[in-house]
Design a protein around this ligand. Sequence first.
Ligand code: DAK
Length: 257
Amino acid sequence: MEEKIIHESREGRVAIWTISRPKALNALNSAFFKEFNELLDGLESHQEVAALVITGEGKAFVAGADIAEMQGMGREEALAFSRGGQKSFARLAALPIPVIAAVNGYALGGGCELALACDIRMASNQAIFGMPEARLGLIPGYGGTQRLPRLVGAGNALYMLLSGKNIEAGEALRMGLVQAVYENEEILEQSLKLATGISKLGPNALSTIKELVYKGSEMGLAEAVTLENKRFPELFESDGPEGIQGFLEKRKPQWKS
Ligand code: DAK
């Protein structure tokens, strides 16, 4: 039997997915995407997981799409390869729960794109980010040319995409590509701490915030704040009353879902 590439564990209501294919620095192959989509199926159909942390085993988060698998691909296969990855990462970004990338090492190409599809990126001081596709005569195929400039601005994105240069965690922090940097030994612990804190907040509030940030960034400001205005009162029929009551009674809210 083939060994699993993604090892799933739980800490309270936080799921941890550890990508483990150390022989290829956790490069993303078709077996990875199969498992990834099965795990997404599980998350979408069960509500007990309140936050997800994705990390890598060894010295890489993910060193990219599997270059060996791309060898000999024709146009049709490349289209399917790119679409499959894009769809998978879009599913991840659309999860109603917060997803944190705990970037422990190399996050190159498809690995950087995976981190970009997460909601929050935490980096180890040994993390290395890069979009080296142009070195291979390619472009990022999993949403990277679009998510990267939306996150760090066109100038920083073009610097990374056109030069193919790697950047270290400190530079990634300066650009806004990552939200925090920790010592390597602490990266998972700190990411879990953040995820655990988040997992205690109003679940409907969290999913609404994600929806508004992602959908709103595709809209004009007036339309986006109208959407915010539509969602705000909806919270008064879900998490809002319990959150407010809990505050006033000086107790932790007991969310219904
Ligand atoms: N794919 C397959 N194998 C990889 C790999 C990758 N991305 N990265 C590393 N490996 C393998 C190496 O081949 C090596 O295998 P063996 O030779 O031991 O069999 C093993 O992992 C250990 O790697 P190294 O010996 O190279 O380790 P080092 O510490 O010396 O170097 C490194 C680490 C990360 C600097 C180096 O491995 C490296 O440069 N790796 C490639 C990084 C890279 O170029 N990543 C981007 C991949 S391209 C698209 C869809 C998607 C994409 C593009 C288009 N469409 C369909 C349009 C996405 C593209 C990418 O992500």
